[in-house]
Design a protein around this ligand. Structure first.
Ligand SMILES: [Zn+2]
Length: 330
């Protein structure tokens, strides 16, 4: 494969949930004295998470980091997880509040959506907001968004792994929130990250895009799918493109990756060189898939496509895979 295929690899592409600024101090998580000393620091702060949602201040700019005293003021956390320390050495924790900290309140002021609000009376200054909305509306800086993604993913894992997957006994938290241990059978459990391949099959000046029925009208995107056990990234890329669109691919090139905390994926972005060209769509997966010429993708990006087609939001790695290909990949 020519070197141009890889010219986009390793670039900082500027999409969501990447660029976490924290030093995770992962080698010291088992040192309870160290973790305790961080917890006691006056400059320690916490991301507040309840029912998988970060809690933001309503004040502008929307704050997502709170003094540790706020955790107590809201009734205490069911679990605190050390996320890391910032460039000034200030520790940042994720505080998982109990589900009871947030309640549904009927609020039909702007439609018929019930709102999630804090259960603590008088705390209308705080608001649970789902992470997708935080990202899409740009409510926090990219760095804070990355930390929120880290916090949400690890909190989601704890919320669903209270019991040992080996023997069924309750497990307990260890390593400042980065391990669970079963005292009954001595198994250690570590947080999961689920790899997903997301890729463009390319053939010279055209690339393969598809759309799922659930996509916004007119939006086309890269194909994607979960890696399976015993599979390489390259094999998963070829299998997914083959299954979903009937296209065979040869060489696969890595472009970039993106944490995707819904709930705990890692999107692995690739370009793949097509070696067959007749599309056969798996209608269970895709509503449509077809080849797009470079000019057509350019028109989509410049919002002048005659059919009104659109590309994924810049928050998503698919947007940047397309941009990278437009800018000269393959
Ligand atoms: Zn066990």
């Amino acid at each position: 494969m020519d070197s141009a295929f890889f010219m986009t690899a390793g670039r900082s592409l500027g999409f969501g949930y990447q660029g976490n600024p924290l030093d995770r101090v992962s080698a010291r998580r088992d040192d309870a004295d160290f973790v305790g000393s961080l917890r006691a620091r006056a400059d320690a702060s916490a991301i507040l998470i309840a029912r998988d949602m970060p809690i933001l201040s309503r004040a502008a700019p929307r704050g997502a980091l709170f003094p540790m005293a706020e955790v107590e003021a809201l009734g205490g956390a069911r679990l605190e997880i050390l996320l890391g320390v910032d460039a000034d050495g200030a520790p940042v924790f994720a505080a998982m509040l109990p589900d009871s900290a947030v309640e549904l309140r009927a609020d039909h002021s702007d439609g018929f959506m019930d709102k999630r609000v804090l259960a603590t009376p008088g705390r209308d200054d705080l608001e649970p907001v789902d992470l997708r909305s935080i990202a899409m509306q740009g409510l926090v800086t990219p760095s804070v968004l990355a930390v929120l993604g880290q916090a949400k993913a690890i909190a989601h894992w704890h919320a669903r792994h209270s019991f040992c997957a080996n023997c069924g006994a309750p497990s307990r938290v260890a390593a400042a929130g980065w391990r669970r241990e079963c005292d009954a059978c001595k198994t250690q459990h570590f947080p999961r990250t689920d790899p997903v391949v997301i890729m463009l099959a390319v053939d010279g000046d055209r690339c393969l895009l598809g759309r799922q029925a659930r996509f916004p009208q007119g939006m086309y995107s890269a194909l994607a799918g979960f890696l399976e056990p015993g599979e390489t990234v390259e094999e998963a890329v070829r299998r997914e493109i083959g299954e979903e669109a009937g296209i065979a691919c040869g060489e696969v090139g890595y472009v970039a990756s993106q944490p995707w905390p819904f709930p705990a994926s890692l999107m692995i972005g690739c370009l793949a060189r097509a070696t067959s060209f007749d599309i056969s769509i798996d209608r269970d997966e895709l509503e449509d898939a077809r080849w797009f010429a470079r000019d057509e993708v350019q028109a989509i990006f410049e919002k002048r496509h005659p059919g009104g087609l659109s590309a994924p939001h810049p928050m998503a790695i698919a947007h940047h895979l397309l941009r990278a290909w437009l800018d000269g990949g393959a």
